[in-house]
Design a protein around this ligand. Structure first.
Ligand code: NDP
Length: 254
């Protein structure tokens, strides 16, 4: 197969969670530009309309699905809707996530649980739903959204729940990769550094510190994650499983 064909997602069916904005929205559009039909998932369907329109504008099929990834029944319904509309799932990007900045000695049980439920359990539930389809098909690519925060401890913001959830995603990814490798299903993760989205704009006071502590002296843009995402999604990465791709401007080298 020629290299250009390896990177094509033509004919593939994908879903992206947390696709109403930020990295997820850019990912959905990028997978569509690479040739996939894409189901876009978020907990507010109204906010998915722009993503759906953008995918349709590049000539691919789009499906907007309202789903809270922490609720197993909603995740079951999500996968049923995708199967009804697209017939199968080849690519799952389990991206939905939140951040909560609070000192470990002060965070409430509810706030701790909310972060772990969305960032780790939500990734597991949507990976599991996709994996059940892919295992039957004997093929598929699951990509879990981790973070450099799964490798290092960010400063100065206190975010133990976020860091723990992302470290969990890294080990979950390797576990699923080993379990599903014999059946043709690959599972990898993506670990961005600081990226300009609503999530980081909500903590604008720390941006100068983050930029100063990044070797490239700037934050990244969602577009700069997309080539790595397409690589993990497509046939070019046919021997890559259980890997974490770090895209962080050099942050984790220090
Ligand atoms: P955004 O906050 O911009 O987007 C996240 C999206 O996920 C929102 O639309 C959000 O909806 C949705 N979401 C949150 N909880 C749920 C849920 N329970 N069910 C369905 N959808 C949900 O974040 P980013 O685009 O910046 O981040 C995307 C992912 O990338 C996250 O997992 C994040 O941890 C990770 N990441 C981000 C980095 C960054 O610097 N931005 C760095 C490293 C990793 P709502 O608005 O309703 O919450």
């Amino acid at each position: 197969m020629r290299i250009v064909e390896m990177f094509s997602l033509s004919g593939k069916k994908a879903f992206v969670t947390g696709a109403a904005q930020g990295i997820g929205q850019m990912a959905a559009l990028t997978l569509a530009e690479a040739g996939a039909d894409v189901a876009v998932v978020d907990r507010n369907q109204e906010r998915l309309k722009d993503t759906v329109r953008a995918i349709e504008a590049v000539g691919r099929r789009a499906l907007g699905i309202n789903c809270d990834v922490t609720d197993p029944r909603e995740v079951d319904r999500m996968i049923e809707q995708i199967l009804d509309e697209f017939g199968t799932v080849d690519i799952a990007f389990n991206n939905a996530g939140i951040c909560h900045n609070e000192a470990a000695e002060k965070i409430t049980f509810e706030d701790w649980k909310r972060v772990i439920d969305i960032n780790l359990t939500g990734v597991f539930l949507t990976a599991q739903a996709a994996g059940r389809v892919m295992l039957k098909n004997r093929k598929g690519s699951v990509i879990n959204m981790a973070s450099m925060s799964g490798h290092i401890v960010n400063a100065p913001q206190p975010q133990s729940s976020y860091n723990a959830s992302k470290a969990g995603v890294l080990q979950l990814t390797k576990s699923l990769a080993v379990e599903w490798a014999p059946f043709g299903v690959r599972v990898n993760s993506l670990s961005p550094g600081y990226i300009g989205t609503e999530m980081t704009r909500a903590a604008v006071q720390w941006i100068p510190t983050w930029e100063a502590s990044t070797p490239m002296k700037r934050m990244g843009m969602p577009t700069e994650l997309m080539p790595a995402l397409v690589y993990l999604a497509c046939d070019a990465s046919s021997y890559t499983t259980g890997s974490d791709v770090v895209v962080d401007g050099g942050f984790t080298c220090l």
